[in-house]
Structures are given as structure tokens and as C-alpha cells.
Ligand binder design. Structure first.
Ligand code: PBG
Length: 328
């Protein structure tokens, strides 16, 4: 008997292959990130993210029509304020771009799950994720500002807040702020495992959030470390996180696998701007088949253990799922 022939029996035809498939990608698991700027009546291209658009809050329902009709059910909002200062005070403005956008999205699509990014880097004049003193980010002083920001998002109707600042203790601070105002039912999706990555480059252009001095290595993780990811994930879990994010995705599939295996919480992967830009540029240059290569990358992220995927390709993926491309 030739044992090497055995696995092949289940590949004999499409029906068999599909029956035993270990990973299936569902539209429900996709989250689409969007950038909201201040102002009125504007929809514009994002030069660093080919194919992606930035809009003002009033235009969000219009921008969402296509993705929602393709079957995207969750969005993640980032804000681009006009006013930046030392403490990032626009971040908790009840009429800030994110707060207004949440209300618009919920009004137009009540069924949509709206997630908001909670961070200060887009709102501070220095571009760091927290308050600065003597050139150093002040962890503990930043916590109440993040909690205030999260609270203002939830008051506007956000279902989930996603703190991406990487300050220690912010999940706990946000949880108690939400609970104290009666928002026990709103969830926290924590960027628990966020590496200091060069793959965020196009995002920082899109959001105008590059640090004016230094880098984020003091608070984001070192790409050399893997066990540290488990520590971060456990800490955020103890503080009350409901979902953990691992970010970036493709260069960190080993981390994703380990965190997903170690944790009882659902794990989301964030396939970041640089991953999108890379695949997009290669496809545009005619070097790669875009739907096939993006589908394969997406499947690999879910195979590694992600339950949720945050991706700029969400609308296209939803369409490709309808066309049956992800099952092949
Ligand atoms: C804000 C934030 C960043 C990203 C998500 N939230 C940028 C950063 O940490 O510099 C990156 C997302 C992407 O690259 O798509 N802290």
C-alpha cells in the first residue's frame, strides 16, 4: 500500500476539497478601516493608500453604501482633526470627526458594528500617542485622556472601542470609565500586541500621525520578541479586554498563532496599511494576481488563528466571497 497516496483522496474533486476545508472566511469576520476628516461635503483619495478614500462625517453614509451592500458589517474609524495640541484635546470633542461619524454611520446603517480607534497620535501636535514631558511619553497621565476619549465615542454610539496607544493600564482605565457611566455592554477590542513596525508608513501619511521626533519604540513592541506578546495579551485580558488585536498580520503570523492558542478571547489580526500597499502595488504592476494573492494572504491569517480580520481589502474580499473565490 502506498501511504503517500492517502491525503490525495480528499482532493479528488471540488466537492471533497470543500467538504474537508479547515479554514473558511466569513464576511462577518471582516472589519473595514476608514479615515474621517474634519469639514463638510468632502470625499478624497488617499495618496499613500491607492483605492482608499477619506471623507467628512456627513459623507460617510455615502462612502459606506458600496461596502455595506457587498456585505461588510463592521467598520473601524480613525479621526483626522484640524486642531492639534500638546494633549490631543480634540480627541474627546463631542463634535469631533469620529464622534460625528459614529452618529452618521449608526443613523444610516443601524445594523453596522461601529468600532473606533482610541489614540492620541492623530490629535497631538507632536504626533505621539500620549502626553509628553521632557521628551518622554507619560504613561499614567495619558490614561484619563484615553478614558475620556473612549467615553465620548461610546456616548456617540460606538459599539466597540479599540485603544491603539499601547500605554500600560489603559484597558482597565477605559473599562472603569465606561462602566461608571452605564456602558457595561460596550466592548473593548484592545491592540494588545502591537509591534513598532515600519509597515504603518502609509497609515501615518493618511492620518498625518507620524511622530515629530523620536519613534514609538518606547511603547510599541520590539519585533525580536514573541513571549512578550503573550504577556501583553494576558495583561489586557486581566484588565477586561473583550477582543485582542495582533498587529501587523502577515509578518507576525507566528505571534498570531501563539496568542490565539494561548488566549481564551477572540483574536483579531490587523493587516496594516503597508501590507495593503505592498500587495496593491505588486498587483498594479502586473506582478501578482490581486484577488488570488489577497485571498491566499487572508486565508493564511485565519488559518493562523484569527477570528476577525481588520483589512483595507474588506469590501473586495466580501465581493470575492460572493464570487466563490475564497473557497478555491
Ligand atoms: C494609531 C494607529 C496606527 C495604526 C493604527 N492605529 C499607527 C501607529 O501606531 O503609528 C496603523 C494602522 C495601519 O498601518 O494600517 N496609534
Amino acid at each position: 500500500m502506498d501511504l503517500t497516496e492517502r491525503p490525495r483522496r480528499l482532493r479528488a474533486n471540488e466537492g471533497l476539497r470543500s467538504m474537508v476545508m479547515e479554514t473558511r472566511v466569513s464576511k462577518n469576520a471582516l472589519v473595514y478601516p476608514l479615515f474621517i476628516r474634519e469639514g463638510q461635503g468632502i470625499v478624497e483619495d488617499i495618496p499613500s493608500l491607492d483605492g482608499q478614500k477619506r471623507c467628512t462625517p456627513d459623507k460617510l453614509p455615502f462612502l459606506l453604501e458600496e461596502p455595506v451592500s457587498a456585505g461588510v458589517r463592521s467598520i473601524l474609524l480613525f479621526g483626522l482633526p484640524d486642531h492639534k495640541d500638546e494633549t490631543g484635546s480634540s480627541a474627546w470633542d463631542e463634535n469631533g470627526p469620529v464622534q460625528r461619524a459614529v452618529r452618521e454611520a449608526k443613523r444610516a446603517f443601524p445594523e453596522l458594528t461601529v468600532i473606533t480607534d482610541v489614540c492620541l497620535c492623530e490629535y497631538t501636535s507632536h504626533g505621539h500617542c500620549g502626553v509628553i514631558k521632557d521628551g518622554i511619553v507619560q504613561n499614567d497621565e495619558t490614561l484619563p485622556l484615553l478614558a475620556k476619549t473612549a467615553l465620548s465615542h461610546v456616548r456617540s454610539g460606538a459599539d466597540i472601542v479599540a485603544p491603539s496607544d499601547m500605554m500600560d493600564g489603559r484597558v482597565g482605565a477605559i473599562r472603569s470609565a465606561l462602566d461608571s457611566e452605564g456602558f457595561e455592554q460596550r466592548a473593548i477590542m484592545s491592540y494588545a500586541v502591537k509591534y513598532a513596525s515600519a509597515f504603518y508608513g502609509p497609515f501615518r501619511d493618511a492620518a498625518g500621525s507620524a511622530p515629530a521626533f523620536g519613534d514609538r519604540k518606547g511603547y510599541q513592541m520590539d519585533p525580536h520578541n514573541a513571549k512578550e506578546a503573550l504577556r501583553e495579551a494576558r495583561l489586557d485580558t486581566e484588565e477586561g479586554a473583550d477582543i485582542l488585536i495582533v498587529k501587523p498580520a502577515l509578518p507576525y503570523l507566528d505571534i498570531l498563532y501563539r496568542v490565539a492558542s494561548d488566549s481564551l478571547l477572540p483574536v483579531a489580526a490587523y493587516s496594516v496599511s503597508g501590507e495593503y500597499a505592498m500587495l496593491r502595488a505588486a498587483a498594479k504592476a502586473g506582478l501578482l494576481d490581486e484577488p488570488r494573492v489577497v485571498s491566499e494572504a487572508t486565508i493564511s491569517i485565519f488559518r493562523a488563528g484569527a477570528r476577525i480580520l481588520i483589512t483595507y481589502y474588506a469590501p473586495q474580499l466580501a465581493r470575492w466571497i460572493d464570487e466563490g473565490r475564497l473557497d478555491r
